[in-house]
Design a protein. Structure first.
Length: 614
């Protein structure tokens, strides 16, 4: 029994529009296959092979056995025929092949000036212009709005190339201005990688516009602006593109809660941040705002290390920890981009890799900045501990149990690495004063590290090696001064380091001399036999240092006697102490007998007895 099956007509499902990055596709192909070295023939051969490969994939090969009709622009039938984005790629590659052939002929025409080559060149530029127009018409039918706008700019560029070869400078100026205007509008809407790509294309239009204006200088009514009708068409297309993007955003926001992405400006470039990194950066910025006031504003200023300084180290550690989380995300993204570029490099992916590297430099700079500040405070505290000053040792004991000069060497080595990375990742590297201060600070850090190494060598009684290292430090100090830095803090640290070196050198000279005397017996005997003048004992040598101040005698080095105890008694010509008291207690012999003896002597001879008369 036959049954009638009623077939209902199928509902028209809206066909998804194709998307093709025309400028990125063409620029990538040009750079990878010949145009980096201006080899247009190699690029033309690549385009032919790529077209043949795409046609074989789509089973649209044109030959004698299996003839397939070419695609003709015919409204709805064309939409049915073009069911793959590779059809648009074939049309684009046909344009690129004709253009590269024309550029190759142009180079030959400039050498030989053959009219036949010039005629062939014009034919090829005309074919490139027709193929680009066909691509634009196909994109209107089956591509999305973004691809249509790019195809319009690309078609105008090829039309301007054709007009330039025909020396129709007025039309060439109109077409190149249309292309420039579209790329300027697209650069305002796209992300960082697309913006860089469009900016390069805009820079390429400038010499063409100047050349056209130079040739049209004698003509009147030549304007360097796009006509109002063309401008309205471009603005309408861009408005449709904005509406489509807003619809996409609204549809995604209904399913997922989207937050405004932040942009980072670093090295004169603004970079958009993805969601993962944006979350980590927000955590970092919030913690920074809460605790930034607790950090010292100037690490080189005098820090009160006697108070509890552990919270400051905790803040620095937390800031560095948050930045390390951001660093891992960016490094993972960068590694994936590098792997992609190794297999299939494009201009857009190269720009994305460059922007990711700039983003990594931003994170590394702030990470190294906080590490440098934390380590500077830690080095200051350790040095004060070794100098015997009072310091909050609870903060240091978390890092090391016992402070030694080797810890300072390790930290100063780390400081040199940190400062090197920080200076390489800095935002502005064009300022000469900043670069000069960076060079001086880096040399100073290396000098401080060498000074700590010299102190460790001196503690190990390696005095000759210590002197060699200190001489190297003095050379570095001279190099710091040669940089002509005006940073007062760097100059003060340099002067302080130089004074410390002078103190250390005098101590090392004395210790080295004593060490040589103790180790070399011949030298010891020769030095002990030396004596020049002065007070000596019966053996010819002074017993102590004080008794031989006026003589050169080295025997005290072995005996090490400063003064002889008890000292030898010597007569002193001086008035006794308490002479009056001593005089009262002394009993003298009586003088009465002497008095009597003088009275019973010879009598007086009278007045003239003096002259012997009596």
């Amino acid at each position: 029994m036959a049954t009638n099956i009623s077939t209902s007509p199928k509902e028209d499902v809206p066909k998804e529009k194709f998307h093709l990055d025309i400028l990125n596709f063409s620029q990538t192909s040009q750079i990878q296959f010949g145009l980096r070295l201006q080899d247009y023939k190699k690029y033309r051969q690549y385009c032919s092979k790529r077209i043949q490969r795409l046609r074989s994939q789509l089973r649209k090969q044109y030959g004698k056995k299996n003839y397939v009709n070419k695609i003709v622009l015919n409204g709805g039938e064309t939409e049915k025929q073009i069911n793959d984005v590779r059809y648009l790629q074939i049309s684009l590659l046909k344009t690129e092949r004709a253009w590269s052939y024309a550029m190759d002929l142009k180079a030959q025409f400039e050498k030989d000036n053959d009219s036949r080559i010039g005629f062939h060149m014009n034919r090829r530029f005309g074919k490139a212009s027709r193929n680009s127009t066909q691509l634009y018409e196909l994109c209107k039918l089956v591509a999305d709005q973004y691809t249509i706008i790019e195809a319009h700019a690309y078609s105008s560029w090829m039309a301007s190339s054709l007009s330039l070869t025909k020396q129709d400078f007025k039309k060439a100026l109109e077409e190149i201005n249309i292309s420039k205007t579209i790329y300027e509008k697209l650069s305002e809407q796209g992300d960082h990688s697309q913006k860089e790509l469009y900016q390069k294309r805009i820079e390429e239009t400038e010499p063409i516009i100047r050349f056209c204006l130079y040739n049209l200088k004698n003509e009147k009514n030549t304007s360097n602006k796009v006509s109002q009708n063309t401008l309205t068409i471009i603005e309408q297309s861009l408005e449709e593109l904005k509406n489509q993007e807003n619809k996409k955003k609204s549809s995604t926001s209904s399913t997922t809660t989207t937050t405004a992405t932040t942009t980072i400006e670093w090295k004169s470039k603004s970079i958009k941040v993805d969601e993962k990194l944006d979350e980590k950066l927000k955590i970092f910025n919030e913690f920074k705002k809460e605790n930034e006031n607790k950090l010292p504003k100037n690490i080189n200023a005098s820090i009160d290390t006697t108070s509890n300084i552990s919270p400051i180290f905790n803040i620095y550690d937390k800031l560095v920890y948050n930045l390390i989380n951001c660093e891992t995300i960016v490094k993972n993204d960068l590694s994936t981009l590098v792997r992609v570029n190794l297999k299939n490099k494009s201009v857009k992916s190269e720009i994305e890799e460059q922007s990711t590297r700039i983003l990594l430099a931003y994170i590394m700079y702030h990470k190294m900045k906080y590490l440098y500040e934390r380590n500077s405070i830690l080095i200051t505290m350790m040095q004060r501990v070794l100098d015997g000053e009072k310091v909050d040792e609870s903060a240091i004991k978390k890092k090391v149990k016992k402070v030694t000069w080797n810890d300072l060497v390790r930290l100063s080595t780390h400081q040199v690495k940190v400062y090197t990375i920080m200076s390489e990742s800095r935002d502005t590297d064009s300022n000469k004063e900043i670069a000069r201060d960076q060079d001086a600070q880096l040399i100073l850090l290396k000098s401080i590290r060498l000074y700590y190494i010299a102190v460790c060598l001196a503690k190990s009684l390696k005095f000759s090696e210590t002197m060699a290292v200190l001489d190297r430090v003095l050379t570095n100090i001279q190099n710091v001064r040669k940089t002509n830095t005006k940073n007062q803090q760097i100059l003060n640290d340099t002067n302080e380091l130089e004074s410390n070196i002078k103190k250390q050198r005098s101590q090392i000279h004395a210790n080295s001399f004593i060490q040589q005397l103790s180790e070399n017996q011949d030298l010891k005997n020769q030095m002990s036999s030396l004596s020049i003048g002065g007070i000596t004992t019966a053996s010819g040598k002074s017993n102590d240092l004080i008794s031989g101040l006026d003589s050169f005698d080295t025997s005290f080095l072995t005996e090490k006697k400063l003064v002889q105890l008890p000292p030898q008694l010597q007569p002193v010509q001086a008035k006794p102490i308490f002479f009056d008291l001593a005089f009262n207690s002394v009993t003298f012999p009586s003088l009465d007998q002497r008095k009597k003896g003088s009275s019973t002597g010879t009598p007086s001879k009278g007045l003239f007895g003096f002259w012997g008369r009596g």
